[in-house]
Design a protein around this ligand. Structure first.
Ligand SMILES: *[C@@H]1O[C@H](CO)[C@@H](O)[C@H](O)[C@H]1NC(C)=O
Ligand SMILES: *[C@@H]1O[C@H](CO)[C@@H](O)[C@H](O)[C@H]1NC(C)=O
Ligand SMILES: *[C@@H]1O[C@H](CO)[C@@H](O)[C@H](O)[C@H]1NC(C)=O
Ligand SMILES: *[C@@H]1O[C@H](CO)[C@@H](O)[C@H](O)[C@H]1NC(C)=O
Ligand SMILES: *[C@@H]1O[C@H](CO)[C@@H](O)[C@H](O)[C@H]1NC(C)=O
Ligand SMILES: *[C@@H]1O[C@H](CO)[C@@H](O)[C@H](O)[C@H]1NC(C)=O
Length: 371
């Protein structure tokens, strides 16, 4: 009980650093000893080793059994990878219909759209959130392990989060921290009801595949104020507790007013646009029927690059020359300016955070808190 409480409290306290960046646990028992490209295809694998190395080489967590509601199987999801790697399952080509990779100094993040019923998520399931913490502290999934080769070799990182729904995904792996933001804060995972666009701002373009360098976003829930300080949003949360005498009470923490969007979408640069991503493995050899949309039919809409580009609906990309090919593609500068937050005027949450902590302190003295 108190372990869960401590995790919740720590997660709510912006600025309290978990100084851990690289992982110190063990590899899950269902996983190969290390991240490995080119392992045999096994669509019934239980491997839970996820890698994020490039726009065409990453994995997502999704259910082992068809038509599963993610929220019911968070502890048991398995790794699905674009390429055959990590002894994991492969994502059938055509499942991902749009993806953007942002390589920032503090994290790598890939996000986008697809038909994730093809990787066992139940139709219309609005999804769930996977992270290394979970109800038991052992991680969702238990034995999950996550690598990124941002530094030039495969490194297992401690803090990451992966939101999955039947049609949207986002994955952030925190690869570094600085004096302002710890890896735990930049991968703050407790705001799970806010969804991908809010927690992990990005372009979220469907039918577009782009890999960019990017600035790091403000951590989830952190909003800069006009005077240079920041405010921190805490997801509203109601729980129950049992006091020392055995009676059960309710408590509520967090804000009732929700900022409408993330503060900004970080600026990006050195973008490379691809026509599609995939492994080229015929669907029939994965036991599936159907055909994969061709690369050219996937490349219809290209990313708007720069400010005032009039995006035409021409079939082969925009005037900036981002006509794409799977192998190389064009590069283009791209930047997205910070945007205002509609309906949010910058509250000072300091007293609320302080109140949260005193409530938690009160419970810690009285009995168990059920989170
Ligand atoms: C993942 O496995 C590696 C290799 O065994 C290990 O060093 C790392 O700590 C593991 N990660 C976690 C989160 O336990
Ligand atoms: C595929 O993975 C399952 C679950 O780990 C395992 O039982 C099976 O032996 C694997 N099949 C192959 C061909 O490796
Ligand atoms: C990381 O992995 C990607 C995709 O597999 C590969 O293209 C790239 O060369 C790797 N990066 C480094 C620095 O090894
Ligand atoms: C840490 O990174 C964030 C995001 O890029 C930045 O706003 C902040 O100034 C950095 N802090 C330091 C001390 O460099
Ligand atoms: C993304 O585009 C595909 C066509 O490539 C379409 O089937 C799908 O519905 C779109 N997804 C969303 C969320 O709009
Ligand atoms: C900045 O503004 C907030 C909200 O008005 C206030 O609570 C905070 O004390 C200010 N910080 C500084 C350093 O002036």
């Amino acid at each position: 009980m108190f372990t869960a409480l401590a995790i919740g409290a720590a997660a709510l306290m912006a600025g309290v650093a978990n100084a851990q960046v690289t992982a110190t646990g063990t590899m899950g028992v269902t996983n190969p000893p290390k991240a490995t490209l080119g392992t045999p295809i096994n669509q019934t694998s239980y491997a839970r080793l996820l890698s994020l190395n490039s726009l065409n080489d990453f994995c997502l967590f999704a259910p082992a059994e068809k038509d599963s509601v993610i929220g019911n199987v968070e502890a048991e999801v398995v790794a699905w990878c674009i390429q055959a790697r990590n002894n994991a399952r492969v994502i059938p080509d055509g499942s991902i219909t749009g993806a953007q990779l942002q390589k920032s100094p503090l994290y790598w993040q890939v996000s986008g759209w697809g038909d994730f019923t093809k990787i066992n998520i139940a139709p219309l399931d609005e999804g769930g959130e996977l992270d290394p913490h979970g109800a038991t502290g052992d991680g969702n999934p238990v034995g999950g392990n996550v690598t990124c080769n941002a530094t030039g070799s495969d490194v297992s990182y401690e803090e990451w989060m992966n939101y999955m729904s039947y049609q949207q995904f986002c994955l952030r792996i925190c690869i570094a921290e600085n004096a302002t933001y710890s890896a735990a804060i930049e991968c703050e995972h407790t705001l799970d009801e806010m969804g991908c666009n809010w927690v992990m701002p990005g372009a979220y373009l469907n039918n577009s595949f782009t890999e960019c360098d990017a600035d790091a976003a403000y951590p989830p829930g952190v909003y800069p104020l006009a005077n240079g300080s920041t405010s921190t949003f805490a997801q509203r949360y109601t729980g129950t507790y049992t006091d020392g005498a055995g009676s059960v009470g309710m408590f509520t923490i967090g804000q009732t007013v929700t900022p409408q969007t993330a503060f900004s979408t970080p600026a990006s640069s050195n973008c490379v646009t691809y026509s599609t991503i995939g492994n080229g493995i015929p669907l029939s050899s994965l036991g599936l029927s159907g055909t994969v949309p061709s690369a050219s039919s996937l490349s219809g809409s290209s990313q708007s690059t720069g400010s005032a580009s009039t995006t035409s609906s021409s079939k082969s990309g925009s005037a900036s020359g981002s006509k794409a090919s799977t192998s190389g593609a064009s590069s283009s500068g791209s930047s997205t300016a910070g945007s205002a937050i509609p309906g949010f005027s910058g509250f000072n949450y300091g007293p609320i955070i302080a109140a949260v902590l005193s409530v938690i302190a009160l419970f810690a003295g009285t009995g168990a808190v059920m989170l």
